[in-house]
Design a protein. Structure first.
Lengths: 268, 320
C-alpha cells in the first residue's frame, strides 16, 4: 500500500457498514482505489459485492463510515450528484431502457451531462447536440449500427455493452462496474474483457466480478470480500497465493482459478 | 415518441376522424338533425383535455393519480366562486385557476411522489377527497347542491364572447388542439425523455445523473394546470359547478378514458373520452339500467384490449 499513499486515491471507502435486519452485508469495509487502476472486488455469493457498489454509487445509504472521491467527502451526496462528480456505474442485472431505442438510451445520460432537462418544447430526435455525441459513443463501443433498434430487442451481449455505454455517456472519470460479464458465454466474456482493457487508462475502475479469467486478466489489484469483510487486498499474484483467500474463495472453484492464473500471467 | 409512425396507424386515423367530427360538429350535427350532440361533443372535448393531462403523468410518467379530477374542481370552482363574488373577468379567473391548480398540484405532488405503487394511488385519492369534502362543506357556495354560474368568463374582447354558444364550442376545440400539441412536444422533449425514462427505470435515471423527483413533480404540476383549465372550461360550458365534478368516481372515469384510448399515445385520451362518453350516453338512452351493461363492458376492455383502442387497432403493442 505504500504506492497508494504516494498519490491520493481516486476513491476511498472508510469503515463502511451496512446491515439488513440481522444481516451485515458490509462490515467495517475500507478500500482504496488508485487513479488509473482497475481494482477488482471478488468474493463468494453473498459477500456483499453489489451492496458495496450500491453504497459507493449512492443508491444505498451506509449505516456508518465514509466515502471520499478524489479527496472530496461524498458520503452524503445523492446518486445523481455523484454521477455529476464523475462517478458512474453499471448494473449486474441489465438496467437499460428497454422500450427506448439504443440511441435514446445513450441520449439520456448525454442530456443529463449538458445540464438540467427543463426543456419542454424542442424535439430531442432532431437535436444534434444530443444525437451527435450519442451516436459517436455508440460507434466507440461497437453499437453504431444498432442505434435505431429497440434496446429490449438487442442480443444479450449487446445489452451488456449498452449497459456500459450508458455509464460511459455520463463522461465519468471513474467506473463502478457490477459484474459486467454476468450471464455471458465464454466468447462474449472475452469480447468484454478486450473492451474493458481498451478503456483502461482512460478510466479508473472498480470491477466487481465473478469471472476469475476476467479478474486476473484485467485487475491491477484485487480486494477479496467474505461476508462483507475485506480479508485480503493486493496484487493478483499475492491474492492467488494467499492461503486465506484460497480457503475462503478460490478453493471453491479451483479450476477457474488455474485458468485465471494463465491469463493473469499474460496480462502481467 | 415517433409521430410519423403514429400517424400511419389505424388508431390515429380513428382519432383524426373523431377530431374532424369535433371540428365540424356545430354544423354537421344540426344538419343530421341531431343538434343535441353539439353539447355532447363539447363535454367530451373538455373531458378529453383532462384525460390528456392525466395521460402525461399516468401514461408517460407511470404516476397513477387517483385524484386527478380534483383539478377540474379547482378550475371549476375558481370560476364559480369568483363569479359568485362578481368577478367575471376571464383573465383574472384564468390566472387564479392556473396558479390555484399549480399550487395544489405542487403540494399534493410533493407529498404523494415520495411514495410508490398502491400508496401513491391511495395518497392522491385521499388528498383529492380533502378538497372534495371542503367543497361539500362550503355552505356559502351551495355545498352538495353546487353553484350556478350566471355569467360566463368575460375576456373583454369584443368578438370573443363565451356567452355565444359557437364561440364557447370552438374555444374548447382550440384548447383541445393546444393540449394535444403541448403533450406531443413535451413527450418528445428533454423533459419528456426524463419522465418517460423514469417510468420504466427510475434507478437507472438517477444513476445517469438526473434527480428524478423534481422532474416528476414538475410533470405533476403541468398536468394539474392543464386539468385546471379543463375545469374552467367545464364550469363555463355547464354554467354550474358542484362537488360531484371532483368526486373520486370522476377521477376513476378519467383513468378509464386514458386506459380505454391507449396509455402513452398522444390521441389515446381523446378517443378514450369519446368512446367512453358516447357509449355510456347510448346505453343510458337504451335502458335506465345501463350500468349493468357498461360495467362488464369496461371489464372486458381491460381484460382483452390491453393498450386500449390504440392497441386494438394497432396490432403491435404501444411503445413506452
Amino acid at each position: 500500500m505504500s504506492d497508494a499513499a504516494a498519490t491520493s486515491p481516486a476513491l476511498e471507502a472508510r469503515s463502511l457498514v451496512k446491515t439488513f435486519g440481522g444481516l451485515t452485508a458490509t462490515d467495517n469495509l475500507s478500500l482504496e482505489v488508485a487513479p488509473g487502476e482497475i481494482h477488482a472486488v471478488i468474493g463468494p455469493n453473498g459477500a456483499g459485492k453489489t451492496t458495496l457498489v450500491n453504497i459507493l454509487s449512492g443508491l444505498m445509504k451506509p449505516d456508518g463510515g465514509a466515502m471520499l472521491f478524489r479527496g472530496r467527502d461524498i458520503t452524503r451526496l445523492s446518486a445523481p450528484a455523484r454521477v455529476k462528480a464523475g462517478l458512474a456505474r453499471s448494473f449486474q442485472i441489465t438496467s437499460i431502457f428497454r422500450d427506448f431505442t439504443v440511441l435514446e438510451n445513450v441520449m439520456l445520460p448525454v442530456q443529463a451531462k449538458q445540464g438540467h432537462s427543463y426543456r419542454f418544447w424542442g424535439r430531442t430526435d432532431r437535436d444534434a447536440r444530443l444525437t451527435g455525441p450519442a451516436q459517436d459513443l455508440l460507434e466507440r463501443v461497437g453499437l453504431g449500427e444498432r442505434a435505431n433498434v429497440r434496446a429490449g430487442d438487442l442480443a444479450y451481449g449487446e445489452q451488456r455493452q449498452l449497459e456500459i455505454a450508458i455509464a460511459l455517456a455520463t463522461e465519468p472519470s471513474f467506473l463502478l462496474l457490477d459484474e459486467p460479464m454476468a450471464g455471458m458465454g465464454p466468447e462474449e466474456s472475452q469480447g468484454m474483457i478486450a473492451f474493458l482493457k481498451a478503456l483502461k487508462g482512460d478510466y479508473t475502475m472498480l470491477l466487481v466480478e465473478h469471472d476469475m479469467d476476467a479478474v486476473f486478466a484485467l485487475a491491477d489489484r484485487i480486494t477479496v470480500l467474505v461476508y462483507g469483510r475485506v480479508i485480503a487486498t493486493g496484487a493478483p499474484d499475492a491474492i492467488r497465493n494467499d492461503p486465506d483467500v484460497r480457503a475462503a474463495y478460490l478453493g471453491d472453484d479451483a479450476g477457474d482459478g488455474e485458468a485465471g492464473a494463465d491469463t493473469g500471467g499474460e496480462a502481467a | 415518441m415517433n409521430m410519423r409512425a403514429e400517424l400511419r396507424n389505424p388508431a390515429t386515423i380513428f382519432a383524426l376522424l373523431v377530431m374532424a367530427l369535433f371540428a365540424t360538429g356545430p354544423f354537421l350535427m344540426p344538419a343530421l338533425d341531431e343538434p343535441f350532440y353539439v353539447i355532447v361533443f363539447a363535454r367530451i372535448m373538455v373531458w378529453g383535455i383532462a384525460a390528456i393531462s392525466l395521460n402525461l403523468i399516468m401514461g408517460y410518467g407511470g404516476m397513477i393519480s387517483f385524484g386527478h379530477a380534483v383539478y377540474l374542481g379547482i378550475g371549476g370552482y375558481t370560476v364559480g366562486i369568483l363569479a359568485f363574488h362578481g368577478v367575471t373577468d376571464g383573465w383574472t379567473q384564468l390566472a387564479v385557476a392556473v396558479f390555484g391548480s399549480a399550487f395544489i398540484a405542487f403540494v399534493f405532488g410533493a407529498i404523494s411522489l415520495r411514495t410508490r405503487g398502491v400508496y401513491f394511488i391511495m395518497i392522491t385519492l385521499a388528498l383529492a377527497q380533502m378538497i372534495f369534502f371542503l367543497s361539500v362543506s362550503a355552505e356559502r357556495y351551495g355545498s352538495d347542491d353546487g353553484l350556478n354560474i350566471l355569467s360566463r368568463s368575460d375576456f373583454g374582447v369584443g368578438f370573443f364572447d363565451l356567452e355565444d354558444q359557437m364561440t364557447m364550442y370552438y374555444t374548447i376545440f382550440a384548447v383541445l388542439l393546444l393540449a394535444l400539441l403541448v403533450s406531443w412536444r413535451i413527450v418528445g422533449s428533454r423533459f419528456g425523455n426524463v419522465i418517460r425514462a423514469a417510468k420504466s427505470n427510475e434507478t437507472r435515471v438517477q444513476a445517469v445523473g438526473v434527480a428524478t423527483y423534481r422532474y416528476r413533480l414538475t410533470a405533476f404540476v403541468i398536468a394539474g394546470v392543464m386539468c385546471g383549465i379543463a375545469g374552467l372550461l367545464q364550469a363555463n360550458l355547464e354554467r354550474f359547478v358542484s362537488p360531484d365534478m371532483m368526486s373520486w368516481p370522476r377521477s376513476g372515469e378519467l383513468i378509464f378514458m386514458v386506459v380505454l384510448g391507449g396509455m402513452s399515445t398522444i390521441f389515446g385520451p381523446v378517443t378514450g373520452a369519446f368512446v367512453y362518453l358516447m357509449v355510456s350516453d347510448f346505453l343510458a338512452e337504451w335502458t335506465i339500467h345501463w350500468h349493468i351493461v357498461f360495467g362488464p363492458l369496461l371489464v372486458l376492455v381491460v381484460l382483452f384490449a390491453r393498450g386500449g383502442i390504440a392497441g386494438l387497432l394497432d396490432r403491435k403493442p404501444a411503445r413506452e
